[in-house]
Design a protein around this ligand. Sequence first.
Ligand SMILES: Cc1cc2nc3c(=O)[nH]c(=O)nc-3n(C[C@H](O)[C@H](O)[C@H](O)COP(=O)(O)O)c2cc1C
Length: 400
Amino acid sequence: MNNAVEVAKGIYWVGVNDKETDLFEALWPLPRGVAYNSYLVTGEKVALIDTVKAFFLTDLVSKVKRLLGEDKPIDYLVVNHMEPDHSGSIKILKTLYPGLKIICNGQTVKMLENFYSVTDDVVQIKDGEEIDLGGHVLKFFLTPMVHWPETMMTYDKTTKTLFSCDAFGGFGCLEGGIFDDEVDMSYYEGEILRYFSNIVGRYSDQVQTAIAKLGDVDIKIVAPSHGPIHRSKPEHIIRLYDRWSRHETECGAVIVYGSMYGNTAKLANAAARELAREEINHIIVHDAARDHVSFIIRDIWRYRGLILASCTYNTMPFPPMADLMAHLENKKMKNRLIGIMGNYTWSPGIMKRLKDFAQTSGKWELLSPEVVIQSSPKDEDYTKAAELGKNMAQRLKACQ
Ligand SMILES: Cc1cc2nc3c(=O)[nH]c(=O)nc-3n(C[C@H](O)[C@H](O)[C@H](O)COP(=O)(O)O)c2cc1C
């Protein structure tokens, strides 16, 4: 999109779409790109809320100039977050607009210096402080660790728009539609959960603190720094975030297998079949070697049940499975049911590693039986895998 889009009276989306980056944070695949949402708040003074990745600054500035005219300056830059996908253009922007004042909190000041050697015209605000632009009043809410220590949100009291930074945002470019009522939200909600679970979810306690802090704020529009702007149902995305960060789950199961020659996969499929026979309708089976870990983590965050089935590789779980387990250990997920299945040929240590993971990774409940096979599943192994599936199904039905 070439032009700014009005979000509310006097507020404009001047963000950009990035289809050049394949991996967000050099980790997370972007099948439909990602948007960096900047917003221009035009009162008597003009404030820009966050910038974009440096490569895309020209795109942002041309939108601003088309809107304001060639010569009218931006007075303030509000820095909600210092991750370079939002802060990357600060240094160049400052040379384009020499009078630009940078509004940020105490945690941000040192980061501005460390990342960009920017120390001039930095205005430090406190939690709850306001700035009157003339026609718009911006209020700042410090929300540390949603997703970095300096992260904050900015609220326009006049239009009741919350610039929520990374919270409530997700992957996917904004192509044509930029509002929740203009796009296919079933796609974007999946990508918002993938963003949350992989990037923000570890800090769920801090998300809860932020949501509580915003409890009395009248929010008409949620304008995140990635993904669609929520104007038709702002309360819906806040409620979803609240549920996800409380570790509330849906009654379904994710089964992940790591299998080189298909034997361990057969066990996984036996458990999946039994879950279906027991009328669990939400079952997702992932091949850890082929499905990207970010999609697997997203689904695990969503559903209550998880079964890990791994073959042994050089005495350890299959590498993509070990990678998934390392990610999960970092996420601090709670309130899940877990089942484990292992396959070895000569060294039986895999079950100990899977069990250690199940018992220490979070507040997860380990279901029986633990299924261990040697090389290929026999009839009694299929029976045990089905038994695990059945036990999980019964526990899932109990939580419905
Ligand atoms: C490169 C490689 C390393 C392996 N390392 C071990 C091992 O350390 N211990 C073991 O018991 N089995 C090991 N195995 C054997 C596999 O665990 C065995 O083939 C198993 O049946 C594979 O299950 P799958 O058919 O699901 O791939 C290894 C196999 C391969 C190919």
